[in-house]
Ligand binder design. Structure first.
Ligand SMILES: Cc1cc2nc3c(=O)[nH]c(=O)nc-3n(C[C@H](O)[C@H](O)[C@H](O)COP(=O)(O)OP(=O)(O)OC[C@H]3O[C@@H](n4cnc5c(N)ncnc54)[C@H](O)[C@@H]3O)c2cc1C
Length: 453
């Protein structure tokens, strides 16, 4: 048996399904896919992060007697060439978004493809209702999987032991191309991306004690920051689960965090069972979006006239990161107050978000827009002024991003138009007033829902 082990979103050697299930002769590979890369900015931080991770993976595999061939090009033509070298099959960790599914279906026509499910805790057909259909609401989905999240430890693949049984295929391995020769420059990464997932989890051992209360305060650093490492599989979710289960904190504290991990599972399960949700409103309502391009531009650039929204978007543009509560607030503002199609926001996030994951991003945007599975009810529209008052009372976050506002009385951030009315402050006019835009959204969503029923 001659197998290609195609690493994609599983850039690790521990608890790795393709390494654990490989046998006989193997060729481990990674592809810098030009179909994806050609759409990215040349200083995309994610490319630098993946590049470093691929280099580490190559070193780890070499230390265990294997190697990694790194290609740059289109998967289809790379596999067409590899097929001539007599490989029997390709082993992969499954991916569920539309691009990935089409790509894999094409490759399958060239060499048989074997899919494994180790990037999530559950397989997509786990946790169906008694009648075999998928849940659309998180809580019953989660309760039904109690047998998983209540266990003390989940079985990991013993991939490292299996490596000893493998033989490297006869192949002339090349050095990895430089970032530069792929048309990218090395980007400066935020500190947490220079740490391993294990170092991050070790720091989280203390942070988790305050996670339940602190996770919503976006000026604090109280969440795990594991999203990017999960996205590219630098740690498997099972290993993270098992480590967290051993933390010396109460079961409630652990469970609160593990429940969040299951939102990632839920959105992946939703995308798998409802693939059209990548392109359409999952609940089938037909919203007459306002889709004003100037409003969208102002939102993207952080120039809406609402200090909290602007600070969140400015920081996002600079760093590619955004705290979960801020993601909820800016997505609500875009889809409800500005009445702009969630797909515009989803696409903008996808272009920059370091932890961009199609399933979580699509699911969360549809949640915010009240068009998805278990969404926020359409009549509950976040008020960004009340959100900043509650979660950034002293304006610590806003001032840290918008330096021109650093000496402003923080109370002004929490009152509509207060910045614009203050004679000592110059701040852009709001695009819409909160009351008008809230009512406009509620009426439109009410109409769209009634029309559907
Ligand atoms: C509009 C919008 C878009 C989003 N886009 C993405 C995305 O592209 N990729 C992504 O991983 N998450 C996305 N999220 C979910 C969430 O914001 C991030 O997972 C979280 O902020 C990552 O930070 P953390 O690792 O510190 O999270 P923690 O609070 O430490 O949570 C631990 C892990 O649980 C998972 N998780 C937590 N909350 C959620 C959630 N609500 N939905 C799905 N998974 C969750 C993530 O894998 C996260 O890394 C989005 C949320 C919103 C509202």
């Amino acid at each position: 048996m001659k197998q290609i082990l195609w690493f994609r979103r599983d850039l690790r050697i521990k608890d790795n399904a393709i390494l654990a299930n490989a046998k006989d002769e193997v060729l481990p590979i990674f592809i810098f896919d030009t179909d994806i890369l050609d759409k990215l900015d040349t200083d995309d931080k994610r490319v630098t992060f993946i590049y470093e991770s691929v280099k580490n993976l190559k070193n780890d595999l070499r230390a265990l007697g294997l190697d990694l061939e790194v290609f740059y090009g289109k998967p289809k033509s790379i596999f067409t060439n590899l097929a001539k070298e007599g490989f029997d099959e390709v082993l992969v960790s499954a991916d569920f978004d539309d691009y990935a599914k089409n790509r894999d279906n094409e490759i399958e026509k060239i060499i048989p493809l074997k899919r494994f499910y180790d990037s999530f805790l559950i397989e997509p057909n786990d946790g169906l209702k008694a009648d075999g259909t998928p849940y659309k609401v998180f809580t019953p989905f989660y309760k039904n999987l109690k047998y998983i999240w209540q266990s003390d430890a989940l079985n990991e693949y013993d991939s490292i032991s299996n490596i000893k049984n493998l033989k490297l295929a006869d192949y002339k391995f090349n050095d990895i191309l430089s970032l530069d020769s792929m048309g990218f420059s090395k980007a400066l990464l935020p500190d947490f991306l220079n740490k391993t997932a294990y170092e991050i989890l070790d720091e989280f051992k203390d942070k988790i004690k305050n996670y339940t209360k602190g996770r919503d305060y976006f000026y604090l650093d109280n969440t795990s920051s594991l999203g990017v490492h999960f996205r590219f599989g630098l740690i498997s979710p099972k290993i993270a689960f098992n480590i967290v289960k051993k933390f010396y904190v109460t079961d409630d504290e652990k469970e609160f965090f593990i429940r969040e991990l299951f939102w990632r599972e839920f959105y992946n399960y939703i995308l798998y069972h409802f693939p059209k949700s990548e392109f359409e409103n999952l609940n089938g309502i037909n919203v007459n979006w306002n889709n004003n391009e100037e409003d969208f531009k102002a939102w993207c650039e952080g120039k809406t006239g609402v200090a909290l929204i602007d600070a969140a978007m400015k920081k996002f543009n600079e760093t590619g990161t955004m705290h979960n509560r801020l993601r909820m607030i800016v997505s609500s503002y875009l889809t409800k107050n500005l009445l702009i199609d969630w797909k515009w926001g989803e696409k903008y996030f996808a272009s920059k978000l370091l932890d961009y994951e199609a399933s979580s991003n699509i699911g969360s945007w549809q949640w915010a827009a009240s068009t998805g599975a278990d969404s926020v009810p359409y009549f509950r529209v976040f008020n960004p002024y009340l959100q900043s008052k509650k979660f950034d009372k002293d304006g610590i976050f806003i001032k840290s991003v918008i330096k021109e506002l650093k000496d402003v009385d923080s109370k002004l951030f929490h009152v509509e138009n207060a910045l614009q009315e203050d004679m000592f402050v110059e701040y852009p006019k709001q695009r819409v007033t909160i009351d008008f835009s809230r009512k406009r959204a509620i009426e439109e969503f009410k109409r769209a829902n009634n029309e559907k029923n």
